[in-house]
Design a protein around this ligand. Sequence first.
Ligand SMILES: [Zn+2]
Length: 381
Amino acid sequence: MIRRGYGGPQRYVQGPGVIHEIGETLKSLGARALVVVDGFFWETLRPQITASLQAAGITSEFVRFGGESSEAEIGRCVEAARAFEAAMVVGVGGGKSLDTAKITAFRTGARIVTVPTIASTDSPTSAIGVIYSPDGVYDRVIRGGRNPDVVLVDSALIVQAPVRFLASGMGDALSTFFEARSNLESHSNNYVGEGKGYRPTIAGYEIARACHATLMRDGRSAFAAASAGRLTAAVETIIEANTLLSGLGFENCGVSAAHGIHDALTVLEPTHHFFHGEKVAFGVIGLLVLENRPPEELNEALDFCIDLGLPTTLADLGLGAVSAADMARVGEAAMLPASVIHATPVPLTAGGVADAIWTASALATERKRRRGTGDASVGAH
Ligand SMILES: [Zn+2]
């Protein structure tokens, strides 16, 4: 029997200064909060959060995030949450602090709250947490079966971060609709629940579509504003697209070749210096070539990425002189049985994936030349 399923956070709140209302927003979740805060915000945000929680009758304890979402770090937070009898675990910071907070909450049965301070990926809304080794090597994904109870996004805080984060988030969000379509066409299951997932709902697919439309409409305007630290309506809609729409879209529809190419590229060291969303943006171009989508679609995606300084060529990723043997390794890595690339609705081979990546880069190089930029460097660096 085919079952469809939809999942998402209980509540999503976004706006300038919403962090000052964190106490009111979390009041219904319980009276004791363990707050895992990124070291960067330890001095600045901790006093504000404490005061707001206190005013709402929530007692809090703080853990300074150690920098890596590792078993050791998660173990330390689980111990703190149990000792404090935390009703909720609140993560404040980038992706790794949020993952640590989420997994701590999964393991202690506490409610989950994420407070992202950058909009660089779509993970804050999801029921997924990633574990890394103590020195930052990807280990595994934890599917907790529960999404955050509250996602609190302070746009005034987000716009203060370097614009490269927002652009990277748009690269990640750019993949959402194309990968949703792959999954729909290949009849694949989504990431909802703890098991094999469900077929996407209309709701999930329409959210992925809205994500794409929002990026095309407001992405460039948001990039211009956020580059100067200005908070405009377009920045707000792009923060929502990067965080909520992209998060719901990928979790409810699944990922495919853009993330599959991203994962495979990590076998080559030069790509380690790029953000997740930057490599995913390059993966989107590869996906469109792999699925042989119409040129208008490819050019729209290329122009978008080029305007935002997102990598579209191998040279942009530090792979201008990549060998045929290394490209073959990337193709093979993409085809590993556990790879997400298998949700792509076309026949796949390691050689075919490598050929699509190479061709995507060649088409992007040509596009740049025609646009007269000729500049192979990534603008956001
Ligand atoms: Zn992603």
